[in-house]
Ligand binder design. Structure first.
Ligand code: ZN
Length: 252
């Protein structure tokens, strides 16, 4: 069985455009996560939003709204429903590789009871530190649930065969990471929030509260991996999610 990669979307995030380096007063962007079928097990890269975010009065949604942000989450768009559409039992997911610990990347962990979290050690350390967790918006409610945790330091070959490689891309948060996946259909670099969208990859206008110099270095390293058979997929690009079909078409 070859390695297969599927792109899923856990509904939408709403924000002032400036917060995402985009034009427009208000923008709505997809909240993607990815499913990797490997002969040694299923991994996800990020896991979208917590299902509680369907409720308008969820405390974290209230907090987002107080900062001019919000999410939408329809019942059909949860992590569980996306996995079921791929005929994957959420309890069978072996690895939850997390780009970082923000609410829209780690939120669905509670639906993956048997997954081992795979995260950069410096991200987990930040999430475990009260002051850093507050400063970088790492809400422990979503990720500190008793899962097994594999903490890695820098580049990491998940299955030991070069097919799925974690790539450190610090800057958005202290231990942000991206992912390279090799499939029969080609190679993919999944930046996650190392870069929100194609436009930011050009302008390098990163929101001010992130570490801009570190983000620039990280993004340079990721883009250096681009090639004719290597597609870069950005973190929250509403235009690029045409690529979703491209990813999904490798099923079967
Ligand atoms: Zn983020």
């Amino acid at each position: 069985m070859a390695v297969k990669l599927f792109g899923c979307v856990c509904d939408q995030f709403h924000s002032p455009g400036a917060g995402l380096g985009m034009a427009g007063d208000r923008v709505s962007v997809p909240v993607p996560f990815y499913v990797i079928e490997h002969p040694s097990g299923v991994a996800v890269f990020d896991c979208g939003l917590h299902a509680d975010m369907m409720q308008a009065d969820d405390p974290y949604r209230r907090r987002l709204r107080s900062q001019e942000m919000d999410v939408s989450l329809a019942p059909e768009e949860t992590v569980t429903r996306s996995l079921e559409r791929l005929d994957i039992d959420p309890a069978a997911v072996r690895f939850a590789v997390l780009s970082h610990l923000h609410f829209d990347h780690a939120g669905g962990l509670n639906e993956l009871p048997n997954a081992t979290i795979v995260v950069q050690a410096r991200e987990w350390a930040a999430g475990s530190d009260d002051e850093l967790a507050a400063r970088y918006f790492l809400p422990r409610r979503f990720f500190d649930l008793g899962h097994q945790v594999r903490q890695v330091d820098g580049e990491h070959d998940l299955f030991g065969d070069g097919s799925v490689t974690l790539l450190p891309s610090y800057g958005h948060t202290p231990g942000h990471q991206s992912l390279q996946v090799r499939t029969e259909a080609g190679d993919y670099i999944l930046t996650a929030d190392a870069c929100y969208n194609c436009r930011t990859a050009e302008t390098r206008e990163f929101p001010a509260h992130f570490d801009g110099p570190a983000m620039n270095r990280s993004l340079d390293a990721l883009l250096a991996r681009r090639g004719p058979d290597t597609l870069v997929i950005y973190g929250h690009d509403p235009d690029q999610w045409g690529e979703r079909a491209l990813l999904s078409s490798s099923r079967g």
